[in-house]
Design a protein around this ligand. Structure first.
Ligand code: APR
Ligand code: ZN
Ligand code: ZN
Length: 378
C-alpha cells in the first residue's frame, strides 16, 4: 500500500535536447488534490514527442524531462476531490484537457478547455510544480500533462479518461493521441461524406488514422502522399486507394497530380507531417470553390502559412484541430466501442514492440519514418 507515499520506479529521462533518453530510478510523489497517480502498463511514441525533444530553446523546451503522452494504465491512488476514478480503474491519460465543467467543455463547439488560466509546459496543470524527483533530489519536468515514459506518473483528473476493461491495453494506448487525432480530423472537423475524394500528406500513424476515418465515412478515393514508397502497401490496409511519392514527381507538382487524379481537386486534404510548405501544397490540391484542408501536423519550425485570400473568397477553406476536435471524456469511449464492434481498425497501427529499457530504439525507428506505432511495455 503506497497511497500517500512516494514510489520509486524506473523512468526514461530526457536530460538534453535530442540526446538518447536515460533509464533512471526516480521518485514519483503522491497525487495532490484533483490528481491521479497511474501505474503505466504501456506507452507509445508519437511524433510530437520527437519534435519537442529536439527543441533546444523556446517556451516548450524543458530539461530534464519525462516525455510520452500516449499510454494506458491502472489508477494506483487518487488525491482529494477525485471521484471520477478510483484505485484499480483502467484509464488512459490524454494531453487534451477536458475538465467537463468550464464554458468550453460544456459547449458543443470545439474541444478546448479553459479551466486553468495559465499554461504550464513543464509541470502539473494547476500549479506548475512537478511530481518527479531524480536520485539527486532534483525535480524532473513533465510533458503535456502526461509524462508516460515512467512506470508511474501523476496526471490531473482533467487529463484522465476511464476505459472499458474489454479494450486490450495496447489498443487503449493508441486511442490516447495519434489515432484519435486522425479519426477526429476526418469525422468531426472535415465531416467527410460518402463518395468524397480525400488526399493525405504523410502516412504515419496520424495520416493512416485519417485514411481509416475516411474509409469509415465511405470516401471513394483516398490518395496518400509520402516520400516512403513502402507506405502504399501499409496504407492499403487502411483504405488508401492511390499513392503519390513526391520524390518521383519531377515534371508536375504533387498538387497538379492530385488535381488530375480527382478531376480538379480533392474534396478534403489533410496535412499529417508538420511542414508549412506541405500545408500549402495540401491547400493547393483542394477543390477550388469548396475544398477543405485540415492541418493536423504540428509545424516543426514554427513557419507561418501564406494563403492567397482570393482562394478563400472563392470558397476553399483551411481548418486545424488538436486531438481531432474530440472531447476526450466524451469521444474516446465511442471510439473504443467502435473498436470492440470491429468497425474501427486499431491492431494494424502497431508495427513494433519494445521494453522500456530499449525505448531509444523506438525513437530511432520513428525518426527514420520506418514504423507506425511502437508499443513500449513498462
Ligand atoms: N513529404 C511527404 N511525406 C513525408 C515528408 C515529406 N516531405 N516528410 C515526412 N513524410 C512522411 C514520413 O515518411 C512518414 O510516413 O510523413 C510520415 C510522418 O509520420 P510519423 O513520423 O509516423 O508521424 P506521426 O506520428 O504520424 O505524426 C505526424 O502529426 O501529431 C502530429 O506532431 C505530429 O506533426 C506530426 C504529425
Ligand atoms: Zn474544461
Ligand atoms: Zn501525440
Amino acid at each position: 500500500e503506497m497511497t500517500g507515499k512516494p514510489i520509486r520506479c524506473k523512468a526514461a529521462v530526457a536530460r538534453k535536447a535530442g540526446e538518447p533518453l536515460i533509464i533512471e530510478e526516480i521518485e514519483v510523489l503522491p497525487p495532490k488534490a484533483w490528481e491521479v497517480r497511474i501505474k503505466i502498463l504501456c506507452t507509445s511514441l508519437c511524433h510530437t514527442d520527437v519534435t519537442i525533444w529536439k527543441l533546444t530553446d523556446g517556451p516548450a523546451a524543458y530539461f530534464p524531462r519525462i516525455f510520452g503522452h500516449e499510454a494506458a494504465g491502472i489508477v494506483e491512488s487518487v488525491g482529494e476531490h477525485v471521484d471520477e476514478v478510483k484505485a484499480g480503474d483502467f484509464v488512459i491519460p490524454v494531453f487534451q484537457r477536458n475538465c467537463g465543467e468550464c464554458k468550453d467543455c460544456l459547449s458543443p463547439k470545439g474541444n478546448g478547455c479553459t479551466k486553468f488560466p495559465v499554461e504550464f509546459f513543464g509541470g502539473m496543470p494547476r500549479d506548475g510544480t512537478t511530481r518527479f524527483v531524480d536520485s539527486d533530489g532534483r525535480p524532473i519536468h513533465h510533458f503535456f500533462s502526461v509524462s508516460s515514459f515512467s512506470q508511474y506518473t501523476v496526471v490531473d483528473i482533467a487529463h484522465v479518461v476511464k476505459m472499458s476493461r474489454d479494450v486490450p491495453v495496447d489498443k487503449a494506448c493508441l486511442l490516447s493521441c495519434g489515432v484519435t487525432t486522425g479519426i477526429g480530423a476526418v469525422c468531426k472537423i472535415a465531416q467527410v461524406e460518402e463518395g468524397s475524394t480525400v488526399a493525405i500528406f504523410g502516412l504515419g500513424a496520424v495520416g493512416l488514422a485519417v485514411a481509416e476515418g475516411a474509409r469509415l465515412q465511405g470516401a471513394s478515393r483516398i490518395i496518400g502522399v509520402d516520400i516512403n514508397p513502402e507506405k502504399f502497401e501499409i496504407g492499403k490496409k487502411f483504405g488508401v486507394t492511390d499513392f503519390i511519392n513526391p520524390t518521383s514527381c519531377t515534371e508536375k507538382s504533387v498538387s497538379e497530380v492530385i488535381k488530375e487524379m480527382s478531376g480538379g481537386g480533392a474534396d478534403y486534404c489533410f496535412e499529417c507531417i508538420g511542414l508549412a510548405s506541405l500545408m500549402q501544397d495540401a491547400f493547393s490540391s483542394s477543390r477550388p470553390g469548396c475544398g477543405k484542408t485540415v492541418v493536423v501536423g504540428v509545424e516543426m519550425h514554427g513557419t507561418p502559412l501564406s494563403i492567397n485570400t482570393y482562394e478563400l473568397l472563392r470558397g476553399r477553406s483551411i481548418l486545424g484541430c488538436l486531438f481531432g476536435g474530440f472531447k476526450p471524456k466524451f469521444d474516446i469511449p465511442i471510439l473504443a466501442k467502435r473498436y470492440l464492434d470491429k468497425e474501427l481498425h486499431l491492431d494494424e497501427f502497431i508495427s513494433d514492440e519494445v521494453k522500456l529499457d530499449e525505448i531509444n530504439r523506438a525513437f530511432d525507428m520513428l525518426h527514420r519514418g520506418k514504423n507506425l506505432r511502437c508499443i513500449i511495455w513498462m
